[in-house]
Ligand binder design. Structure first.
Ligand code: NAD
Length: 351
């Protein structure tokens, strides 16, 4: 298959690009290269004849039409988005433009291309979304998000992603575009941009800085290793049923405090401090407005219907992640100077 991947220079998109090439697909990586992008993430495939890069903005319909015409893809995996919840609170406009209007532009470009090709049933438009569209769960561990959970987004980011999910379903129902949709929990792993919680904790710990945790650290998230998410996404693309959505999660619920303490314990073993423990650097900071209490995914559908399951536990994945950051300072150090990133290391964050 020739797959047009949007956002392929980002954290999850680049894992999808690397795995898609390894699985024998051809990839066109379309990315505007915003502050969150790193082409180094796909350096390992850059010289592969099955890989092409297009610098283009999904807010620009003419640019999208040109990319579809130039490459004639068989499928789209749409990951390009503004992804940082805290930035969506400070400046929601970019989230509406890219996540809502940009997804509309992608749907229209894909639909025109699909109709031009004679509406092949084999075509796929795979929209990649988040569990945050479902809102906030109570503490009861028996209650989880299923594919039938009503939407209840509560941040500008999750509202923009929910809007884009609705557009994708509408383009399937109204125009027959062969879509699939996935909603995934919090990802972590190599190439995670250094303004997100796990890299913030690792990098601040190493720098001897406070490890900021929102509120009392009781908020619960369900964590999935990024390579496992990429495998799930390619499985849904290859085998998912048209018009269907799939929840993807690792069944690894941890409170933010537990997660940070686990990271500190791994660092204590791998890079011991001369005195004291990394957990001594934990600092509770003013909570995020509208902070959702708990997210938890029920991944029964993707497990039962498509046979996907994660390859690592959260402890194994965090171990690999810490190793990767310790070995790849040349990747993360320059990113600290990107737009607003340095200042964000001192404030609360998540994801
Ligand atoms: P990211 O911020 O690391 O990467 C986003 C990429 O999209 C960047 O390379 C950026 O340059 C590109 N981009 C942004 N605006 C663009 C535009 N207007 N035109 C073209 N390219 C543009 O994000 P991520 O964490 O890899 O998330 C990827 C997708 O997965 C997003 O749609 C996100 O909503 C979804 N998602 C993320 C998580 C998570 O935990 N990170 C969980 C579930 C779903």
């Amino acid at each position: 298959m020739k797959i047009l991947v949007t956002g392929g220079a980002g954290f999850i998109g680049s894992a999808v690009v690397r795995q898609a090439i390894a699985r024998g697909h051809a990839v066109v990586n379309l990315d505007a290269l915003t502050y969150a992008a790193c082409l180094e993430n796909v350096a390992s495939v850059a010289d592969n004849p099955a890989y092409a890069f297009e610098k283009a903005d999904i807010r620009d319909p003419a640019a999208l039409a040109a990319v579809f015409a130039r490459h004639d893809p068989d499928a789209v995996m749409h990951l390009a988005a503004e992804s940082h919840v805290d930035r969506s609170i400070d400046g929601p406009g970019a989230f509406i433009e890219t996540n809502v209007i940009g997804t509309y532009n992608m749907l229209q470009a894909a639909r025109a291309h699909w109709e031009h090709k004679g509406r092949p049933e084999t075509f796929r438009f795979h929209h990649i979304s988040t569990d945050e569209v479902f809102g906030s769960l109570p503490a009861d561990p028996a209650v989880k998000f299923t594919e039938d959970t009503p939407y209840d987004p509560r941040s500008p980011y999750s509202a923009s992603k929910a809007s884009s999910d609705h557009l994708v379903r509408a383009w399937h129902e109204t125009y027959g575009l062969p879509t699939v949709l996935t909603n995934c929990s919090n990802n972590y792993g190599p190439y995670h941009f250094p303004e997100k919680l796990i890299p913030v904790v690792i990098l601040n710990a190493l720098a001897g800085k406070p490890l900021p945790i929102y509120g009392n650290g009781a908020n619960i998230r369900d964590w999935l290793y990024v390579e496992d998410h990429a495998t799930a996404l390619l499985t849904v693309l290859e085998k998912g049923e048209i018009g269907r959505s799939y929840n993807i999660g690792g069944e690894n619920e941890r409170s933010n405090l537990e997660l940070v303490e686990t990271l500190c314990a791994i660092l204590d073993r791998k890079r011991p401090k001369p005195a004291g423990r990394y957990a001594d650097q934990i600092a509770f900071v003013t909570d995020r407005p509208g902070h959702d209490a708990r997210y938890a995914i029920d991944p029964s559908r993707i497990r039962a219907e498509l046979g996907w399951r994660p390859s690592v536990t959260v402890e194994e994945g965090l171990e690999k992640t810490v190793d990767w950051y310790l070995a790849n300072e040349a990747w993360w150090r320059p990113l600290l100077n990107r737009q607003g990133v340095g200042e964000r290391l001192g404030t609360g964050t998540e994801k």
